[in-house]
Design a protein around this ligand. Sequence first.
Ligand SMILES: Cc1cc2nc3c(=O)[nH]c(=O)nc-3n(C[C@H](O)[C@H](O)[C@H](O)COP(=O)(O)OP(=O)(O)OC[C@H]3O[C@@H](n4cnc5c(N)ncnc54)[C@H](O)[C@@H]3O)c2cc1C
Length: 509
Amino acid sequence: MSSILCAVVLVLFHHWSVKRGKRKLYKAAALPPSAEKALHDKDALDVIIVGAGVAGSALAYTLGKDGRNVFVVERDLSEPDRIVGELLQPGGYLKLVELGLADCVKHIDAQRVFGYALFYEGKSTKLGYPLEGCGVDVAGRSFHNGRFIQRMREKASNLSTVTLQQGTAFALIEEDGIVKGVKYRVGGGQEREVYAPLTVVCDGCFSNLRRTLCTSKPEVPSCFVGLVLEECDLPHKNHGHVVLADPSPILFYPISSTEVRCLVDIPGEKVPSVASGEMANYLRSVVAPQVPEELQKPFLAAIEKGSIRSMPNKSMPAFPVPRPGAILMGDAFNMRHPLTGGGMTVALSDIVLLRNLLRPLRSFHDVSALCEYLEKFYTLRKPVASTINTLAGALYKVFCASPDRAMQEMRQACFDYLSLGSVFSTGPVALLSGLNPRPLSLVAHFFAVAIYGVGRLMLPFPSLNRLWLGTRLIVGAGNIILPIIRAEGVRQMFFPNTVPAYYRAPPSK
Ligand SMILES: Cc1cc2nc3c(=O)[nH]c(=O)nc-3n(C[C@H](O)[C@H](O)[C@H](O)COP(=O)(O)OP(=O)(O)OC[C@H]3O[C@@H](n4cnc5c(N)ncnc54)[C@H](O)[C@@H]3O)c2cc1C
């Protein structure tokens, strides 16, 4: 009798584990009958997510784990091969832990990152992340973006509540100003519709659905040109490297145990043509001589090898989208210059916040009440997101070469300030890494750099010329940071608890 019972339990367990482990990641146009049925039943789904990149797959997993029925439509379910999102700051890693997704950086040859090395005019300084007390596993992680995303997609689709289908969303379905669902095209051009009370648009920096929901447009201050250096050792192992070059910074960081990513910033929206060889010439003649000596040979070898790619670096402050039935997340919602590698940290931090806000709700069907309630999200996210955004924008401007003597002084002051060590480096690095993103601390450090620069100008004695230069330095610093803060929203960034939405309670129904 007991052996029969044992056998039954084993069969049931096997059945359960097969069912549980079965991935619902559909590349084909047709879904299995059960999933098709769920799509036709307008009440079956809780959430539709458009895009399964960093934000979409993390959100799908977290909402699915909370028992929500989630349908994800993703343009391309094969492993992405991109030059974006390859360095996750320790603050972002902590968010990954909170979401239960930390294992997604395992088994992908991800490298631990413990801080940055900064190079300027032949000198270098090392800036470690302030990781004391964070836990043994906590550090930055760098990896192939596609491997990381694929791990998150698999983890999400392993949940019985989540279905991922390959398809391109092209329109939101709206009725009386309420978003009811999404129209998408599957392979062969077949058009389909899917309905849910909440649609989360996570279709990245080139988002075409964003235009339906908000009017904000990204700026493109520069482009990153990406190369992979093979079989080379970085001067500072397990550190990101930032070269303050002319005209703008060059980055290096490991993306696997044998590869180093190099991102060369080129100001403006246009880059030299790769096809005509103009780009290789530019990299050889302008960039290579500024690269640290140890990296010059592999850098030149990477140019010879080809496969030079570029991406626009977009920047767009977040604007609330009070549209019942829809919300934007990830890059579709908010972007900052990728110099500081903050995009994934902001996206994951937003997802933790959204998950916590949605958790007490039994259903999302009261769309108007939900929309009003979610205004709280836009306020709560501000201190963290705005700090990371503002730092990225301001640091990019400070780190670029400038013909203006005052800005040259600011760049030198910034390098020397960070080289002072102790709180002068840990403070700004804690902001950058997302470990302690506090707006007031950001402003304090930024102006401390400017004052430090002015103080040095006054030594050994002030002159009229030096006083004038110092004044221009302070004014220049203000001109860099204040417009970014204004665009982020002063009140929400510094005084979020004075915004009424901050106190909004979840809808009672
Ligand atoms: C050059 C560069 C380097 C960067 N480096 C870093 C870094 O080191 N660290 C960091 O934290 N951040 C970095 N970022 C920013 C980071 O890449 C983004 O913040 C992050 O990828 C945003 O995630 P997301 O999910 O919003 O967008 P994505 O990861 O881009 O995902 C969007 C998804 O939507 C899908 N999609 C698009 N349109 C549709 C559609 N119509 N229908 C269905 N699916 C669709 C896409 O296929 C994609 O899978 C970098 C950005 C750039 C430009």
